[in-house]
Design a protein around this ligand. Structure first.
Ligand code: SF4
Ligand code: SF4
Length: 136
């Protein structure tokens, strides 16, 4: 698979670019509706994709090997689905040929998030949310 093909698997949901909280005792991951500073809340795309690792050092470079180590990836994420040898859903932009289909399917974070902005870490617990397909 070429790097372009690999990149095209991303459906643009924006869910991996949200802040998460981890329970230190159980390791459980909890999602928030707080977006990374570089996420465009309307397009759900990274505003600094080319140099994202310089701006957000803990941004993750998704590789097939890495995907298997990231159980928190959304169940709808194409990288996770590929890792689990599953088919892409019928709303995936590669299936529909339209980038908007991920938003129309209600899978993306569009309209449901807010930027990190001035939020403090202690505010994050007030922003825990459930995303489609998540157990928590
Ligand atoms: S969760 Fe997966 S499909 Fe969604 S934006 Fe992140 S990498 Fe792309
Ligand atoms: S830097 Fe870009 S790709 Fe990385 S988490 Fe933030 S918005 Fe997502």
């Amino acid at each position: 698979m070429t790097s372009e093909e690999w990149e095209s698997l991303c459906d643009g949901c924006g869910r991996c670019c949200l802040n998460k909280l981890e329970d230190w005792d159980t390791g459980e991951i909890y999602w928030t509706d707080i977006a990374c500073s570089q996420l465009d809340c309307e397009t759900c795309r990274c505003k600094s994709y080319e140099n994202r690792f310089e701006i957000v050092p803990d941004c993750i470079d998704l590789t097939l090997e890495k995907v298997e180590e990231l159980p928190w990836l959304p169940p709808t994420c194409a990288y996770r689905l590929i890792g689990e040898r599953k088919d892409l859903p019928d709303w995936h932009p590669l299936v529909t040929g339209r980038p908007e289909s991920v938003h129309e399917a209600g899978v993306s974070v569009r309209g449901r998030i807010e930027p990190e902005g001035d939020l403090k870490p202690e505010d994050y617990e007030d922003h825990l949310v459930y995303w489609p397909g998540e157990d928590v």
